[in-house]
Design a protein around this ligand. Sequence first.
Ligand code: URA
Length: 495
Amino acid sequence: MASIGVVLPGPAAFDAWRDQARRMLAAEVPPEKVEWRVAGEAAGLFSGSAAGLFGGAPPPASKAPPVAVPRAFPALAEVAIRHRDPERFALLYQVLWRLTHGSHGLLEDHADPNVNRLEAMAKSVRRDAHKMHAFLRFRCIQAEGGPHYLAWFEPDHHILHAEADFFVRRFASLRWSIITPEASAHWNGTALTFGPGGSRHDVPREDAVEELWRTYYASIFNPARLKPAAMRAEMPKKYWRNMPETRDIARLIAEAPARAAEMVARGATPPALRRQRDVHLTPPPGVPKAMDLLAPSDPTAALAALRAEVLADHTLAWAAQSTQAVFGEGPIGARLLFVGEQPGDEEDIAGRPFVGPAGRLFNRALEEVGIPRAETYVTNAVKHFKYTPTGRRRIHQSPDAGDIAHYRPFLRREIEIVGPKLVVSLGASALRALTGKAVAVGKARGQVLALPDGPPVFPTIHPSYLLRLPDAAAKAAEYQRFLADLRAAAAAARA
Ligand code: URA
């Protein structure tokens, strides 16, 4: 039998490979008689072939029935086919052939060279995908129609098409492009498309979020656990140039011995204790936190240290699914400090409080009553976005009493450093965080509550309450009440 050539439409075209493999099996074409190619890839005699069949033998029947294979095979094959090894298609067909020619249990034999190689390929592909999720960094550019986020990434394997969905789910409300050397993926907020590859120079090297990554990395870098070899293995150097924070690695490593010695001298927080929820409520005596070591006379440094501590806090398991912690923003010494509930979808991505729909309503209300937002400090009771993933959307989940209690010491310290005349709580979670107990907003609204250990609190509703009101007349009336509350709060802060 002469060899049969198969041209696949793409480097990881699993469906096409499966269809062609079924046809070969139906015609009993043995593995050594099939040559696999990718359309457009330079491959000697057949370079430039379009998808389909080539070669000397008559093409087997175009429709072939599905074949019975263990369920694990398609799952393994779908991942392994993304490997860059040019032999992958042939290896897959070889294993398929053996599965259907007397070795149905082949996949259980992990020592078999074919199986072993296929599993190693799939593992390498999964690892590549993990690196892409962890090390891809978007840069923001101003494009027609608003901000567009661009990322450059060099995967080891053909994973872009398969992994693009992960980024759609994660950044569904943004417009973004991921450029790789062989292909690009583009999301416009509603549709995902793929295009040709590009170059690193298509993506700017710096933008405003760069500083955030650098602060974040510096804050989670633990000098006492310095293992440069393990670091390099986990974060290979090829990703470094895309990652702003890696610019600080050499300095952080150089400073590590001195910082570790300093940590020992002052007694670092034991990790086991750090995981306990109540540690943040009542820090054990003699366990100073970085922020406590800073002179109170330097509120800017104290706020930066607190921010770093919040960004590095991984105590609550659910917080790991958020993009980042969202810290407060505004000038130290602001007379008015607003506390919301928790960042929403847009805040989670932007890393700033109140920039989504509730934030836009809040800004409008502030403007109407003549309070410049830039002169206020705005933060949240809970610093991470808590949500339920549902398809491509992330549905807001209210924080529970434990979540609010966990972040309370951070909030109190934040308020202490900013030093406002009045704190305005927006909604029930904020009020709970400030008073330490459940208080009905409807009852406390519009009053100035004196607290034993901080500035007075002025409760009002959360702007998202207005967004949820279905009745236009009720919405307009409630909005006016909200404006009245803001005016009263501004007057109280002046008094
Ligand atoms: N809702 C909040 O409570 N805070 C934000 O930052 C955004 C929405």
